[in-house]
Design a protein around this ligand. Structure first.
Ligand SMILES: Cc1cc2nc3c(=O)[nH]c(=O)nc-3n(C[C@H](O)[C@H](O)[C@H](O)COP(=O)(O)OP(=O)(O)OC[C@H]3O[C@@H](n4cnc5c(N)ncnc54)[C@H](O)[C@@H]3O)c2cc1C
Length: 493
């Protein structure tokens, strides 16, 4: 094995959503990219059964796709979801819009289609070579780079290669992360959520076409909040819905108590009766699909000097309740690209020498430093949002606060932007969304007291407090000259 001193090449480990997007962006900047992926090619074999079939894409992800010119290609297969459709036990429906302007929606997209399109886009650059069925099993320092050990499961073979620059996008159980954390003696926490999830499906209406294929409202994320557990559904392009049941692993109402087909039917009859006529083969799908697990991973730093960097879930797995894991991973890539563009010359000149190593080290340090704080922030908000989704969305006080918040956003579009909007419809740093969210919560609790009608509260009288307590957190991060803080990414339909 020889140490590869070759030109501007970068190796990526993990060809999921973040790895395939990253490969395209690096190739467009002139790098030769080698992408190692554990699984087979998803374009030739089904690899996604029973594992979060669709995802919500929002502004941070849209921005990254736009930068690579892939936005229209992806969005042509996406469904805008304009708000939450709440399903009460008696079947009553309530719609809560996500935003205050028409463009403020999130998009339901197929994970498999997205990954396939991103892999193809990467290969189309002519600079990306994807090597499937290559599972990284170990990484260790060798000279200024890394020795990577791969296992080819189909042939039961192991190979070792040397690479100077490696980016780990190998997901929440990242092998590269273990090596990075060990080398740095860095911080890494992995906190499993004591909930699991099961995916189920609602088929399209037989023989129907257009919107008539959808058995429920198409442009909504459906939620059945039931206290400490919930069911959600996202629409798919073919008229079907993917349902996800989030339930504690153990306890009086838990996955542990759903061990027979009769128990599953009884559970759905009691808590989700309106879904029974819609779900296709409830018991078969429930037991046929694996139980998914969720974990929050926080790491710092994300790099091992100039030789390795972690991005996406490899650096920060978060629970899915803010719909931000992939969006945050795509934003990691945008951050890397914009910092790279400012120093591309020093990264590519004499790439194999120590000056270039110093430039890469400073790039990786900077990305790690800015992104770990932000990914920790969204990780915490995602856990908090679980409580909001499964419990608070049906609560009168919560609904009053949301109604008042909507009026405030319309009246003071640059001074009051809700935490949800900051996360989903802006690119304001997640850390700032946390800070603004805390100030907003305190403010709302103080004015939205029991018995107050949010439609009658005097919002003109509230302006002084909003200007003093909330706006100063946001204003430094909002683009100037626009009527609100997120118009730069608006109107992307
Ligand atoms: C139920 C659920 C719902 C979700 N909903 C949303 C949502 O609505 N919106 C959102 O933004 N995010 C959502 N997420 C999060 C989102 O799925 C992840 O954040 C996103 O997939 C991360 O992309 P990634 O490329 O970093 O990791 P992954 O998508 O996990 O890809 C990692 C890739 O690395 C490969 N790999 C792993 N180990 C190795 C190895 N040792 N060697 C080589 N290759 C390897 C894997 O095969 C895979 O292809 C959800 C997650 C779950 C579980």
């Amino acid at each position: 094995m020889s140490v590869n001193q070759a030109g501007a090449s970068i190796s990526l480990v993990g060809g999921g959503l973040v790895g395939s997007l990253l490969a395209t962006g690096l190739a467009r900047r002139g790098f030769e990219v080698e992408l190692f992926e554990r699984r087979s090619d998803p374009r030739t074999r089904a690899v996604y059964g029973g594992r979060s079939i669709n995802l919500a894409l929002s502004v941070r992800g849209v921005h990254a796709l736009r930068q690579l010119g892939l936005y229209q290609r992806i969005l042509s297969g996406a469904i805008p979801m304009r708000g939450r459709m709440m399903h009460a036990v008696d079947g009553a429906l309530t719609f809560q819009p996500y935003g205050v302007e028409d463009w403020q929606c999130i998009y339901s997209i197929s994970r498999g289609d997205l990954n396939r399109v991103l892999l193809t886009a990467a290969e189309e650059t002519g600079r990306v070579r994807v090597r499937f069925e290559q599972k990284l099993v170990a990484a260790q320092a060798m000279g200024p780079g890394l020795e990577l050990e791969f296992h080819q499961e189909t042939e039961d073979k192991t190979s070792r290669i040397y690479r100077r620059r490696v980016i780990g996008t190998d997901g929440s159980a990242s092998v590269l992360r273990s090596a990075v954390v060990k080398a740095n003696r860095g911080r890494c926490s992995e906190e499993p959520l004591d909930y699991g999830y099961k995916e189920l499906a609602i088929a399209p209406n037989d023989g129907a076409s257009g919107d008539a294929r959808f058995k429920m409202e198409k442009h909504a994320l459906h939620i059945w909040p039931r206290g400490n557990f919930m069911l959600i559904a996202l629409p798919n392009f073919d008229g079907s819905f993917t349902l996800t049941l989030f339930l504690p692993h153990e306890g009086p109402v838990s996955l542990d108590k759903l061990r027979t087909p009769a128990e599953v039917r009884e559970f759905f009859t009691k808590y989700f009766p309106d879904t029974l006529p819609l779900i296709e083969d409830l018991e078969g799908t429930f037991f046929g699909n694996p139980t998914g697990h969720m974990v929050t991973v926080k790491t710092n730093p994300w790099n091992w000097d100039s030789r390795a960097l972690l991005l996406g879930d490899a650096a920060h797995a978060i629970v899915p309740f803010f719909g931000q894991g992939m969006n945050c991973g795509f934003e990691d890539c945008s951050e890397l690209f914009s910092r790279m563009d400012a120093m591309l010359h020093s990264l590519t000149t004499g790439l194999a020498n120590t000056d270039a190593d110093a430039a890469w080290c400073s790039l990786f340090n900077a990305v790690s430093e800015i992104r770990w704080r932000n990914s920790d922030a969204i990780a915490d908000m995602a856990v908090e949002n679980f409580v909001e989704m499964r419990d608070r969305v049906g609560d009168r006080q919560f609904l009053n606060e949301k109604a008042l918040e909507k009026r405030l956003q319309l009246r003071y579009p640059r001074e009051y932007i809700s935490k949800y909007s900051l996360v989903s419809f802006s690119r304001v740093p997640y850390t700032i969304a946390v800070e603004a969210g805390a100030a907003q919560e305190k403010f709302l609790k103080s004015v939205c007291v029991a018995g107050a009608d949010p439609a009658q509260l005097d919002i003109e009288a509230m302006h002084g407090r909003i200007r003093d307590e909330i706006a100063p957190i946001l204003i430094p991060f909002l683009p100037e000259g626009l009527k609100n803080g997120y118009a730069e990414v608006g109107g992307h339909s």
